[in-house]
Design a binder for this molecule. Structure first.
Ligand code: SF4
Length: 385
């Protein structure tokens, strides 16, 4: 528990927040985006925005893998799972992500599809070993953090001669999403996204290192600070970003030095490169089609590719038109600005993907932030109830 105590020390956080307030007292406004859902969760859970001065604000980014999975891909997963010979293995959160027409994997399971919740790719591999007469399909999602384990499972399946294991691959990449945010067109009513700097991904960067952000920081003149997911990591990263802006710098800095290096994990990178290649284009929920932003299995591994094996062709599907996930994932709106937030949409009845995973901006705000909204409203209205 020693580390958790240290990285969640309230007195140190307040001290650092005072430094942010001192350094940000320059008559300017600072707006930073935390890319990762893990950071979004930490910011909501620990009330980090409450510690910041009014001229330092955070906007949420698209780094929650469950949130950016488009409805059309969930439709594909449901179709796969409904095949009588298939057992679809997936993480719990994905079960509740809305597909088209309000369908979910959870509902498909209730309707008789064989869908099993797993904690890792290796769980799916074990099911394939023990049930050779079933077609075991692993629904793979996630950024560069979860891609190496998928690659390892595919290589293990080949070594073991497993003929009933395949992967429905939805792995996506971080740098193209950051680029998409920076090149994003204005949102509703012509509102433009303004991001002065990024808190860069934590776990992703343990695999990729910090190098992939160098080009983006230089091209768009935006500082990036890679930071851990503990509250002090996040507050420290904000302070580092404020310093960079004040000094007119746009460097890539590493706050998460206890795990991240510039080069990253070379072995994990090699495993990924051995099994996967870039897709020409991939749809992200909220961001649309992004070139070279996702991975697919190389043809050498086609026998483990569920898309190839089951002839999947994704048909894009529209989201619920009242759901604001798209604008929230681009940092243009906050969860409480969605009309459905807390009324028709809650973690019990998610209408959009951002309300599903604890890393989703809407779910995090529902769990930790909605009470603060109420408190702020009461203070404004001068009421005490
Ligand atoms: S509150 Fe629900 S409907 Fe609104 S943006 Fe969030 S997930 Fe979508």
């Amino acid at each position: 528990m020693k580390h958790i105590d240290e990285y969640r020390n309230g007195a140190l956080a307040r001290d650092m927040a005072a430094q942010i307030a001192h350094n940000a007292a320059t008559g300017r406004h600072y707006q930073f985006m935390e890319f990762c859902g893990g950071h979004t969760h930490a910011i909501s859970r620990y009330g980090i925005e409450d510690l910041l001065p009014a001229n330092v604000q955070m906007v949420h980014g698209p780094g929650c893998p469950v949130c950016v999975l488009p409805a059309g891909r969930i439709d594909d997963a449901i179709k796969l799972a409904m095949r009588p010979e298939v057992t679809l293995c997936t993480y719990a959160d994905v079960m509740r992500v809305p597909a088209s027409g309000g369908a979910t994997l959870l509902r498909a399971s209730a309707a008789g599809a064989d869908i099993r919740m797993v904690y890792s790719t290796l769980d799916a591999l074990r099911i394939a070993e023990s049930e050779p007469n079933r077609e075991i399909v692993f629904l793979a999602i996630g950024f560069e953090t979860t891609t190496p384990p998928t690659a390892l499972a595919i290589r293990a399946a080949r070594r073991q001669g497993l003929r009933n294991f395949s992967v429905f691959c939805n792995h996506v990449l971080t740098p193209p999403a950051i680029r998409a945010i920076l090149e994003s067109p204005p949102g509703p009513n012509g509102v433009e996204i303004r991001v002065d700097g990024f808190i860069g991904p934590a776990h992703v960067s343990t695999v990729t290192g910090t190098r992939p952000y160098d080009g983006l920081a230089a091209e768009f003149k935006k500082p990036v600070v890679v930071a851990g997911f503990e509250p002090l990591d996040v507050v420290h990263a904000i302070l580092m970003l404020v310093h960079q802006i004040n000094e007119d710098r746009h460097d890539v800095e590493n706050q998460y030095t206890r795990f991240v290096t510039a080069e990253g994990n070379r072995i994990a990178q090699q495993e990924m490169a051995e099994v996967f290649e870039h897709r020409p284009s991939f749809e992200w929920r909220g961001l649309g089609e992004l070139p070279l932003s996702a991975l697919r299995l190389r043809t050498e591994y086609a026998e483990f590719d569920a898309e190839y094996r089951f002839g999947i062709t994704t048909i894009p599907a529209a989201d619920n038109p009242a759901c604001e996930c798209g604008t929230i994932l681009r940092g243009l709106k906050k969860p409480a600005e969605c009309k459905l937030f807390g009324t028709l949409c809650s973690p019990e009845t998610p209408m959009g993907s951002c309300m599903v995973s604890p890393e989703g901006a809407c779910a995090a705000h529902w769990t930790y932030g909605r009470f603060r909204d109420r408190q702020g409203r009461r203070q404004k209205e001068g009421t005490s109830f």
